[in-house]
Design a protein around this ligand. Structure first.
Ligand SMILES: [Zn+2]
Length: 237
């Protein structure tokens, strides 16, 4: 697998986009040091663009982003790919609708992951964004396909775009890398709010029919079936 001349421009744009999206993770304080990573699928190719391993956020450049195949092998780039590349690659191989994957150890979402407890759907925002409880995935060691398999097995039959990998932290997916970053921001926000609510009592649940109605309305704003309002706004820019 190589980068053919017809996709040079697309790959360059994705390198810039993936680099820029890492700044969103630091803006919302979802990552510390070199932890966390964003990737984007190269449309219609078995390739993805991902952060290099050990890269510092403050000095990250678009050219540093590496291109890998969907088995995590380096295709183009001077640096070694992120240590989570195998997990991202597994998701792209098994979920063709996914165009972006994000991983962080954001504090509140990771605190729920440490307890192995799903975030209950007690806010309209959770219903809107995730369509129900935000699920917990299995404990998995880094280094092979087990993290990726855990993500796919948990999210394949879920409305949620976020999974809390047990004792580890959140992974999010999206139609685009930006969509997956948005889910990473939102999962941390609701993890924090529900945590605070828990300190004061028991948050009340939302009826399943209302959760379904909220999710359906939010995911199909403007009546554009299958296309999220956020993507529409992005297309209009
Ligand atoms: Zn991690």
């Amino acid at each position: 697998m190589t980068i053919t001349s017809d996709i040079n421009q697309v790959v360059a744009q994705l390198r810039q986009q993936v680099c820029d999206l890492h700044a969103v993770l630091t803006h919302y304080e979802l990552v510390i040091w070199t932890a966390g990573n964003v990737s984007a699928r190269v449309p219609d190719r078995d390739l993805m663009v991902i952060k290099p391993s050990g890269a510092e956020y403050a000095s990250m450049r678009a050219d540093d982003m590496v291109v890998c195949d969907l088995y995590g092998n380096l295709v183009d780039g001077a640096l070694a790919p992120s240590s989570d590349t195998a997990a991202h690659a597994y998701v792209y191989r098994h979920m063709p609708e996914v165009g972006g994957v994000v991983h962080t150890h954001s504090t509140y979402a990771t605190a729920w992951a440490a307890r192995g407890e799903p975030i209950p759907c007690v806010l309209t925002m959770i219903a809107d964004e995730f369509g129900g409880d935000i699920p917990v995935g299995p404990f998995a060691l880094i280094g092979d396909d087990s993290i990726g398999r855990g993500i796919v097995e948990t999210l394949r039959d879920s409305r949620s775009r976020a999974v809390l990998m047990r004792n580890h932290g959140p992974f999010t997916i999206g139609r685009t890398a930006r969509d997956a970053v948005k889910a990473a921001v939102m999962v941390e926000d609701v993890a924090r709010t529900v945590h605070i609510s828990r300190q004061l009592g028991s948050p009340s649940t939302i009826d399943e029919a209302d959760v379904a109605a909220l999710f359906d309305r939010y995911q199909n704003v403007y009546g554009q079936t299958g296309q999220h309002a956020d993507d529409l706004q992005e297309n209009q820019r």
